[in-house]
Design a protein around this ligand. Sequence first.
Ligand SMILES: Nc1nc2c(ncn2[C@@H]2O[C@H](COP(=O)(O)OP(=O)(O)O)[C@@H](O)[C@H]2O)c(=O)[nH]1
Ligand SMILES: [Mg+2]
Length: 494
Amino acid sequence: MFENLTDKFSDAFRKLSGRGRISESNITEAMDDVRTALLEADVHYEVVDSFIAKVSQLAMGTQVLSSLKPAQLMIKIVNDELVDLMGPVDTHLMEVDPGPTIVMMCGLQGSGKTTTCGKLAAYLKKRGRNTMLCAADLQRPAAVQQLETLANQVKDLEGPGQVHFYAELDKVAEYGKAVGAAVTVCKNALKAAHDNDCQVLVLDTAGRLHVNDQLMNELRQVNAALNPHQIYLVIDAMTGQDAVNSAKAFNDQLELDGVILTKFDSDTRGGAALSVKQITGAPIKFMGVGEHLDALEEFHPERVASRILGMGDVVSLVEKAQQEVSAEDAQALQDKMAKGTMTMDDFLNQLRTIRRMGSMKNLMGMLPGIGNQLKDLDMDDAQLDQTEAIIKSMTQHERREPDMLDNSRRRRISRGSGTNQQEVSQLVKGFDLVAQMSKQMAGMGMMSRVKAMAGLGNMDLSALGTRKGTAPQLAPATAKGRKSKYKQRKKRSR
Ligand SMILES: Nc1nc2c(ncn2[C@@H]2O[C@H](COP(=O)(O)OP(=O)(O)O)[C@@H](O)[C@H]2O)c(=O)[nH]1
Ligand SMILES: [Mg+2]
């Protein structure tokens, strides 16, 4: 499913991935690729045009979170717009009281109407609804029998609801001669639905290979006579733009309430899924993912977008990064890092952020601030609590200027935090290390930063976790050196 589209999108984003920032020219280039990918997936050209325009505009206007990579940001923007294009989620099946809710299924021949009627009855049975299935496709006796077979299969499924079947086989012979045979059957089915206490009546109407007047006349008659609460169009997801064009024709005649996309399990290019909402305005309600009765899923645009892009992890990472670290916070921290005025409190906040992001930390390379340096750090909650306890035992002054932490202060802090002096020292070492690196990196351009980062992977930052026996590999400043640095700084600030 969507394989081609997924590949093409990856190519487009890969081209962006070498770029340091989002610029007008690389957006245009990437969007050309995205446009081609969508057209090849048989997405309706009007949909493609508006999609590209929207994504470009958003990309130009988006502030790049300091070290988020352009490709990652573009993936997020494209993802959100795909969701927007297909969404919002609307699996609500309008139910009226008193029932039954009349659901009319329509669509071209072979799109999957009859199968979907059976699936819908199974879906409703599980949810405790009584459903009447009405065979309103009178073109062939086999069509009636197909629905009956399905109804019998649904009866055997688990679930508190009941399933009933209504048909008038003799009307098949009348079909095409007498006008309104289908209308009569549907009206009688409604009575039967009342009599059998059904909450839902599903009408399986006739289809044609192509939209034609005869078909539309018949559907209009049923619509006028029964006034269904919901009219669903069943579309074969494999048929791309053709399906969308016929969807437009159905919608003009019937005012669709929803769309059901079938054959999502097969190798669909995606065109129908991406176009139909915008072209008809009707929400996609369900998708069929197989021939069996249980192969009906509620349609969730974000899941489908994620399948199309195949990059769900990047999307959720960018979301988390945007959530956890606001652009201003990141800028403020970067300024502090550049000036070498990062405090123990800033440090603790970053550790907390990373902890919240949990398993995402392997992707932390793009987190603004010092997340980069801490990404290889494996710190569990207990270690983090200990680190916090140590920092909380420091005075505000000490947190701002850890250089002043001589032996007697360290002793006091270790007693206050219930740790030993060595653990306090290790934390200070770790802090020094990160502060040094941060200061160096804050002065670098994007490219040198990336290079410096590559070297960081080998560095042992375990000292930060204050686990015994893991010394940092970069030689920390000696206590003496630190003291004199502190004095120097004091002198400067006077
Ligand atoms: N793989 C797959 N096949 C489906 C799905 N829905 C329907 N079909 C198949 O499509 C064919 C036509 O379905 P049918 O319900 O008879 O279409 P109708 O003419 O619109 O009533 C049948 O062979 C179904 O088994 C689906 O979601 N996935
Ligand atoms: Mg059928």
